[in-house]
Design a protein around this ligand. Structure first.
Ligand code: BG6
Ligand code: MG
Length: 215
């Protein structure tokens, strides 16, 4: 394997846990519409774009919705979500994330964000990491959701690096698949720690031995 020169972090579930905010916002919208929605269905939304997430939720709908209605529902959910993430602070950064980020920077390895979320700029500001990363690729700049590698390929390009010298850190199976499809090695954490396709696996960033992974 070529020497590691850049690490691309997924945001939700890797740097910060926004899972519960996403769940509560979708749940409120689904309850208003009388659509069954629970934490098990929520698990399927990990790494999936906003509109694709809505389509998964609508599998339980008892009526058909027009495109305009779907747009309104996604906007309504996002308004609830933006209100909830307004309460995020640097204390919500997941254990181990800052240590890994600082270690990489100290060792001359570039760091980037590769997230499907269009709310990435708000979240980075809330947790005090605005301007910290060498590159940020997010849902505002891409057209294809993970498992398509588009967001990670864009992040590598913004870092000026070949995918072969980059590693992705992901908590979603769709993200692990996307990283591999983009020709990158991948560290699976959280829900992706049991993903056998991942190059490396760890329960959390706190438990990951970044020095040995980086070689
Ligand atoms: C991903 C989350 O990071 O972003 C998904 O894991 C979410 O659950 C997706 O649906 C899109 O987020 P947003 O903020 O653009 O609605
Ligand atoms: Mg994630």
């Amino acid at each position: 394997m070529e020497k590691l020169q850049g690490v691309i972090f997924d945001l939700d579930g890797v740097i910060v846990s926004t899972d519960d905010c996403h769940y509560r916002a979708w749940k409120k919208m689904a309850d208003e519409e009388g659509i069954e929605f629970d934490r098990e269905i929520n698990e399927r939304l990990r790494g999936v774009s906003r509109m694709d997430s809505l389509e998964i939720i609508l599998e339980k709908a008892t009526k058909a919705y027009s495109d305009a209605e779907k747009q309104e529902m996604a906007t309504r959910k996002n308004n609830y979500y933006v209100e909830l993430i307004g309460a995020l602070t640097p204390a919500d950064i997941l254990p181990g994330a800052m240590d890994v980020l600082n270690w990489l920077k100290e060792h001359g390895i570039k760091v980037a964000i590769g997230s499907s979320s269009r709310n990435t700029p708000i979240i980075l500001r809330q947790i005090g990491l605005d301007g910290f990363f060498d590159a940020v690729a997010d849902g505002n700049q891409i057209t294809r959701s993970k498992p398509d590698p588009e967001v990670f390929l864009l992040a590598a390009k913004l870092l000026g690096l070949d995918p072969a010298v980059c590693m992705v850190v992901e908590d979603a199976d769709a993200g692990v698949e996307a990283a591999l499809a983009g020709g990158m090695r991948v560290l699976g954490v959280g829900s992706a720690m049991n993903n056998e396709s991942a190059t490396y696996r760890a329960e959390t960033l706190e438990k990951a031995d970044i020095a040995s992974i980086a070689g």
